[in-house]
Design a protein around this ligand. Structure first.
Ligand code: MN
Ligand code: MN
Length: 283
């Protein structure tokens, strides 16, 4: 049998059995409130990942030596509550087999399922939006409700980079989460913010979710709900580098690749950095 071409994340060549990291895509954007297109995110992230050298200079590791597998994309259901269930199921399998889930979005809704499966004590999210609506467009599983749903199951929620939400959501954020707005990150610097976040996490199990729109849309415009005056790609890289050793599950979501590839490029590099930093810390 000839080996047939199959787009998968670069160097994610391990068998499922041997893998320590399991990448999977969730090409879903059915609850998207503004511009659709994040369903094409996983494919764009995989394609551009092939652009990068397998050697990762900041950690000195070569991805060819890290056991990573790419399971491909979920065949997604139409209804958001079904989608969340699907993501929960596949993530439970991955975690149950002793692997670290690395999810590519797709809209943020999928994160609810992954978090349910990983069951962290601390949830850290970088997002322009608070995502704290109780319901949006008739569903509690809209991508505008993700952090609210997570809040119902996780002890502590930390939001970094937010700059959009209504007054009610900001009230919920102030009362029930640890909120670092995009302005706070700019004023205090990401290093100081992360030192505090690490203290908050302590020895507890954490999950890290990056919504691509946390980054200022002037850097990465491939977004369904773009917001200016946000974090920089370097801020996000610092978040991933610092927190990767402490988290049990990771996702990079909301990439809508109708730009020149910069949003997917940042996403692919952050997936690589996450895996590299987590792997080096665990060795
Ligand atoms: Mn979001
Ligand atoms: Mn967002």
């Amino acid at each position: 049998m000839h080996e047939l071409a199959h787009i998968h994340f670069a160097d994610a060549d391990a068998s499922y059995e041997d893998a320590r990291y399991a990448i999977f895509g969730v090409p879903y954007d059915s609850t998207t409130s503004f511009r659709p297109g994040t369903r094409f995110g996983p494919r764009a992230i995989r394609e551009i990942s092939l652009n990068f050298e397998s050697y990762e200079p900041s950690t000195g590791i070569d991805f060819c030596e890290v056991p990573v597998t790419d399971l491909g994309d979920l065949g997604v259901s139409r209804l958001p509550e079904d989608l969340v269930g699907q993501v929960t199921d596949v993530t439970i399998d991955i975690v149950g087999d002793g692997k670290v889930p690395v999810m590519l979005g797709g809209e943020h809704t999928a994160t609810v399922g992954a978090v349910r499966a990983v069951a962290p004590e601390v949830y850290v999210v970088c997002d322009a939006h608070l995502d704290l609506r109780d319901e949006l467009d008739g569903t509690p599983y809209s991508h505008g409700c993700v952090t609210r749903r997570v809040l119902e199951t996780v002890e502590d929620v930390i939001i970094i980079g937010a700059r959009s939400g209504d007054a009610e959501q900001f009230a919920v954020a102030t009362e029930e989460t640890q909120l670092y707005t995009a302005d706070a990150v700019r004023e205090r610097g990401i290093t100081a913010v992360l030192a505090e976040v690490l203290g908050e996490i302590g020895e507890r199990k954490a999950y890290l979710s990056i919504d691509a729109d946390a980054i200022d849309c002037c850097f990465t415009p491939g977004l369904g709900t773009p917001e200016p005056f946000g974090m920089t790609p370097l801020d996000i890289r610092e978040v991933v580098r610092t927190l990767a050793p402490h988290v049990a599950g990771f996702d990079y979501v909301e990439v809508a690749p109708f730009d020149s590839g910069q949003t997917a490029a940042v996403a692919a590099q952050m997936v690589r950095e996450f895996i590299a930093r987590h792997w080096v810390a665990g060795r």
